[in-house]
Design a protein around this ligand. Structure first.
Ligand code: PLP
Length: 411
């Protein structure tokens, strides 16, 4: 597939791989700008899912027949593919349902073993609820405390006091790589290095970065990293937890059940090594294989190029939105991920998004699962346009024209 893609690398050609984008919504051509919520799927991923169900569908790791062997091989190849995608080893790749489950897995296993009364879990004020609520639950269970790296008014992490925050009984620093609300790109490598120097473990929420820029877990240097397949052209219900091998091997299981055991007695069991001890029950086999196809697709399109393209669309959107009187853009103006959250003085975000839908424009509106951040910014709700490589500058112009029309309607 890589060679086919490389011979047709224009964005227009790539866009034509996404059947869903060709439709009309409410009589208008669909402009899909809700990619931070979930991305669309190329034909290569859809065909991969179909192929699996039409030819190979079987359970993995337990069969002694041809179909089961094929399914197992495809599932384990997907693990290897995702390892290569992240610069990791296959035994460090745990399939989860997504970023949320990956964070919960770490909180339940590593967290319960390593975080106790009086310890501190350091987060940032820009975390998605997925990288906040699991730590709140853990802190409550263990008698630990949460602390937060502040966010500046222009939407960056205030790193001035960072080393001081790392001081004391801090056991873990978990942070978002690209904020789904602000678009801020946090300096993951530097943050992990500073945390490591202070003896603090690290976790990176790469939900918004994994499909949009090159990621190398060794270079970033985090102990854990989580991503969601559906945000990088893959199916829903599948994601990755990457963990350093030496840490994973010492961790207790997350869920108990079939597949994760070495041997079971009536009162006690032994478990397989990582990553299998963390994958209890029948896994999301087709979805994992589909995620492998998505990784192929995104890599063939080129993550460097995708980042440049998405960022250019975001900056174009900001420039056009700023021509609208009373518009407020959340987050940094220069370097950012491919998304823009904004507030119109004239209309509530829900009205903006509902009205945009009537023009076939798919946006997101609300608190974007970052309620504490939105409260801090004094913004009850924002509309968000989020871009991917199949979006075009012409779509951004149409988006801005629609938002201007909505502003005029409500002003
Ligand atoms: N973290 C960030 C930054 C996100 O944007 C999201 C989803 O929007 C998540 C975590 C949670 O991802 P999932 O719902 O796929 O588990």
């Amino acid at each position: 597939m890589t060679s086919t893609l490389q011979s047709r690398t224009s964005w227009e050609d790539l866009r034509s791989d996404f059947p869903i984008l060709g439709q009309k919504v409410h009589g208008h051509p669909l402009i899909y700008l809700d990619n931070a919520a979930t991305s669309q799927k190329p034909r290569a991923v859809l065909d991969c899912l179909n192929h699996y169900y039409e030819r190979d569908n079987s359970n993995v790791h337990r069969g002694l027949h041809e179909l089961s062997n094929r399914a197992t091989e495809a599932y384990e190849n997907a693990r290897k593919r995702l390892a290569a995608y992240l610069g990791a080893s296959a035994d460090e790749i745990i399939f989860t349902r997504g970023t949320t489950e990956a964070v919960n897995l770490v909180a339940r296993t590593w967290g319960e073993a390593n975080i106790g009364p009086g310890d501190v879990i350091l987060l940032t004020e820009m975390e998605h609820h997925s990288n906040l609520v699991p730590w709140q639950l853990l802190a409550k269970r263990q008698g630990a405390t949460l602390r937060f790296v502040p966010v500046t008014p222009d939407g960056r992490l205030d790193l001035e006091g960072f080393d001081r925050l790392l001081d004391g009984p801090v056991k873990l620093f978990s942070f978002v790589h690209i904020s789904n609300t602000l678009g801020t790109i946090n300096p993951a490598r530097e943050l992990c290095a500073r945390a490591r120097a202070a003896g603090v473990a690290t976790m990176v929420d790469a939900a918004q970065s994994a499909g949009h820029l090159p990621l190398d877990v060794r270079e970033i240097g985090a102990d854990f990293l989580a991503l969601s397949g559906h945000k990088m052209c893959g199916p829903t219900g599948i994601g990755i937890l990457h963990g350093r091998r030496d840490i994973l091997q010492d961790m207790e299981p997350f869920h108990g059940g079939g597949e994760m055991i070495a041997s079971v007695g009536f009162t006690e069991s032994d478990f397989k090594p990582a990553p299998y001890r963390f994958e209890a029950g029948t896994p999301a086999i087709a979805e994992a294989i589909g995620l492998g196809a998505a990784a192929d697709y995104v890599d063939a399109a080129g993550r460097d190029r995708i980042f440049t393209h998405d960022q250019a669309l975001a900056l174009q959107a900001i420039a056009l939105l700023e021509e609208i009187p009373g518009v407020r853009i959340l987050g940094p103006r220069d370097v950012r991920g491919g998304l823009v959250s904004f507030v119109l003085a004239s209309a509530h975000a829900h009205d903006v998004v509902s009205m945009a839908d009537q023009y076939g424009l798919a946006l997101r509106g609300g608190h974007h699962c970052t309620q504490p951040l939105m409260r801090k910014l004094g913004v009850p709700a924002a509309a968000r346009a989020s871009f991917y490589f199949y979006n075009t500058p012409a779509e951004v112009e149409q988006f801005a024209a629609i938002i201007r029309r909505i502003h005029t309607f409500f002003a």
